[in-house]
Write a protein that binds this ligand. Structure first.
Ligand code: PHE
Length: 452
């Protein structure tokens, strides 16, 4: 049987042919590009890491993404049930369930940083962010270590996300992505122009673009792979879920190429904005998750119309985080709603509340709970590490086997070529998904046993 059991209500769909593309790009482009990418590049020693990341995006991320969207559009169900529809009476759907867990875990810590960004946006709006001779390091660290404020902002942020997801695919997710994504791009261009005209940019650009391969080790390779998955939102079930609302009108393969291009572009731009400033102001590029929050205000302070640009910038970070958080919540909501036969109006607030509760522990791990360390990581660091560097590559491995060897390339091809759409480079894709993706991921995972 090819039909889901819940056929009583017709499944939601994107309203326009750009609906899927914008929403998927909205999910991919986020804190992963602006906040996470710069600090993992900093920790990973610069340009050699960037090259690894780009290689993984093209050879692993893109092929998986194309397969994942196809699973969703074929299954027309949530991240888990779509597997069941393609391969009934098998256990492959467990990988879809792992995706739901990944989204839950990512949103738990993601909402913390999104909350910080929201707070900084409000500070910038009210002109308090770059008030004269402020010490950004100590003001930021006293904010994130506060026992109450970060949780308050995280909760406000999550409330906004729940309210959007509650409105549904077309009137909520699609409508907001249509407004927010173009805004985001314009803001980024303005900022890029500003930062490239900064003095002493050279050293930072070299760090970012001139590779030193001697810095590479197992940990860095795994981190680059994790960043590729995280930044593309690939192997999380997001593409299955968003793909399940997609009609047959445009080529999945081309959509995938477009999303990857946009995501990489934004990451590279973020790097080109941040590293010149990092070196210019003598900030340590390897300092970790607070890198962006300290570097950017420093740039704006010394800039003409800095207050205005700070406002733009943190609005941009907030918007980018919001569209990704929407997708993270939607994957879990779609699952909960179909699994427990709840309405969206009930499933969204409940799911959001549970995630916020768990996420509170991540928020507190910068303050009152900072002494709790597991494998030498804080709660926040542990959530990030397990989701991005353990579960994502693992789930990507299973996904590639499912697509390449169980459903098989020909099944994907048939789905993509429906209604006369093309699948350019099908042979290359097929080779990548069957051999390159699983083998490379497996080698990296085996190679990193022991660095936990
Ligand atoms: N890709 C998003 C970002 O870069 C984060 C994300 C990961 C969103 C996984 C959805 C699923 O910020």
């Amino acid at each position: 049987s090819k039909e889901t059991s819940n056929t009583s209500v017709p499944r939601e769909q994107w309203g326009s042919r750009f609906g899927f593309l914008l929403a998927a790009a909205g999910s991919a482009v986020g804190l992963g590009n602006i906040w996470r990418f710069p600090f993992v590049v900093g920790e990973g020693g610069g340009a050699a890491f960037v090259l690894l990341y780009l290689g993984f995006v093209l050879l692993i991320g893109l092929p998986l993404m194309i397969g994942e969207i196809s699973i969703g559009r074929r299954g027309r169900a949530n991240a888990m049930d779509s597997y069941k529809i393609i391969q009934p009476n098998s256990k492959w759907y467990i990988n879809g369930f792992i995706g739901v867990i990944i989204n839950f875990m990512i949103l738990a810590f993601y909402s913390v940083v999104a909350g910080w960004a929201f707070y900084y946006f409000i500070l910038a709006l009210t002109g308090q962010l770059i008030a004269s001779d402020k010490d950004f390091e100590s003001s930021f660290s006293s904010f994130i270590s506060d026992p109450i404020m970060p949780i308050v902002w995280q909760t406000i942020l999550m409330t906004v996300v729940v309210l959007i997801v509650l409105r549904g695919v077309k009137k909520g997710i699609e409508k907001w992505n249509n407004i927010l994504m173009p805004t985001l791009f314009v803001l980024l261009l303005i900022l890029l122009f500003k930062s490239l005209t900064l003095e002493n940019a050279r050293e930072g650009i070299l760090f970012f673009l001139k590779p030193n391969f001697s810095a590479i080790n197992s940990g860095i390779i795994l981190a680059a792979l994790g960043q590729a998955f995280f930044s593309l939102s690939v192997a999380t079930g997001m593409y299955v879920t968003y793909g399940s609302y997609k009609r047959n009108e445009s080529s999945i393969a081309r959509n995938g190429g477009g999303i990857v291009l946009l995501d990489v572009l934004v990451a590279i731009m973020a790097g080109l904005i941040i590293f010149p400033a990092v070196f210019h102001f003598g900030i340590d590029p390897g300092r970790g998750p607070d890198l962006a929050f300290i570097t950017f205000p420093t740039i704006f302070r010394d800039m003409q119309f800095g207050i205005m640009f700070a406002g733009f910038f943190f609005f941009f970070v907030f918007v980018a985080a919001l569209t990704s958080a929407i997708s993270l919540l939607e994957v879990v909501v779609a699952f909960v709603k179909e699994k427990f036969k709840l309405s969206r109006k009930v499933a969204a607030p409940i799911t959001g509340a549970v995630i916020t509760l768990v996420g509170g522990f991540c928020a507190l791990s910068f303050g009152p709970l900072s002494h709790i360390k597991v494998f030498d990581r804080t709660i926040f660091g542990l959530f990030d590490f397990i989701a991005a560097e353990v579960l994502l590559p693992f789930s990507g491995l299973i996904l590639s086997i499912f697509i390449g060897w169980i459903w098989k390339p020909i099944g994907v091809k048939q789905e993509i070529e429906k209604e006369g759409n093309s699948f350019p480079l099908f042979k290359v894709w097929s080779f990548l998904i069957r051999f390159v993706v699983p083998i490379v991921i497996l080698i990296i995972l085996i190679d990193s046993i022991g660095i936990i």
